[in-house]
Design a binder for this molecule. Sequence first.
Ligand SMILES: [Zn+2]
Ligand SMILES: [Zn+2]
Length: 443
Amino acid sequence: MNQSDLLGTTFDCECGRRHTVPTRHLFYSEDAFTHLVDTVRSVAGGNDCLVIADTRTWEVAGETVETTLRSGNIRVNRFIVPDVAGESPAADDKTRDLMLAEAPPADILIGVGSGVINDLVKWIAYLRKKPYLIVATAASMNGYASANVAATIDGLKVLFHAEACQAVFATPGMIVHAPYELSTSGLGDVLAKSVSSADWKLNQFLFDDYYCQFSVNLLKDLEPVYLENPTRIRERDPAAFEALFQALFYSSIAMTITGTSSPASGGEHLISHTLDMLALRDNGKHDYHGRQVGVSSILMAALYETVMALEHPVFKPFPETINKAFWGSLSPVIEPEYRKKQPKMAQATAYLSQPDNWARLKALLQPNLVAAQKLKNCLSQAGAGHRYQDIRDNRQPLERDKLLSVVRHANEMRERFTILDLAVMLGIIPGEIEALVDRWITH
Ligand SMILES: [Zn+2]
Ligand SMILES: [Zn+2]
């Protein structure tokens, strides 16, 4: 079956659940915008439409979208999300309040942009209980068809459930020629799947958690295109970019139908979230999500290799509390998460201390792991961030000491169990982490 046959459908899955794909269309072609008018008519239940962009994406595509809709006799208003102090807007509560107060009412919202605009439009559409469409301007992240909003509220990074969009529109010309570091960030985000799906499977094995192989397999045919031929991304090969865009899109579908970010987010995302939270705490500026995630994914794959090489694991006592010196003023929000995690670490230690179970875990995970070297090659040959110094922290290369402390404590921030926890339980973190960082993400 073709993945696109799933769009807009409800089906019974082999995982035992019934999945619904709320997003009905992906138009990825040079004439994608010719489908805008019909889609608005079939979805909106009215004729008033609001186009939302920032100053950059308005220039890239917003104006064309508006003209196209007007020529189809759709009434169009626009809202340009303003820059803040010369910086592009953020998906935060301040911007939300501004939009709720000032964006004109409409039957349907159309977001023109990628990360932040996608989150903001999803958020406003949800609060106003209106459907929305997304005109994608870059293959930069996997949130286009997800129902989750990644936002900052009261200075804290949160992820909450809203609604997925009705359709995504993208023209190859625009996606291929988007600022290149946006595309390489998208590559970093989608590569996380190779380690995050192992983390997900690990949770099923240890805690009998829900897991859906079908959603993991959604990207199976697309992955080899960029994983085996990363130079095609660097050469702006249209077929490689289409595979990348589709992989990001179906990665968001996988999260939406399973109702969890687990298909696309594991330990590598905890490292990226930690970097984001520290930047917020310190009034600093973090880097692109996908760049942080891509570099971290190499390290997670290396951790998996180190863990899976053990014949007779020896579990060490894990810290009883979070490291308050590291988290500082964030400690009160982090602490409850780690408290929820501790029983899981204890349970996993007991379960995996039985030799049979350790062998079974290895047999289960090893066949599907992607080698750290392969992820490293893919990112470096595509010209994407693949060293910790490629991650920008306040516009400067991230420092080794900061990275190391983030890797040592990122597992404390969420209840979700990942390879980071297993590495802590086995003493690989902190014992071997410096050597792994030096070997895998320094050169
Ligand atoms: Zn399923
Ligand atoms: Zn991500």
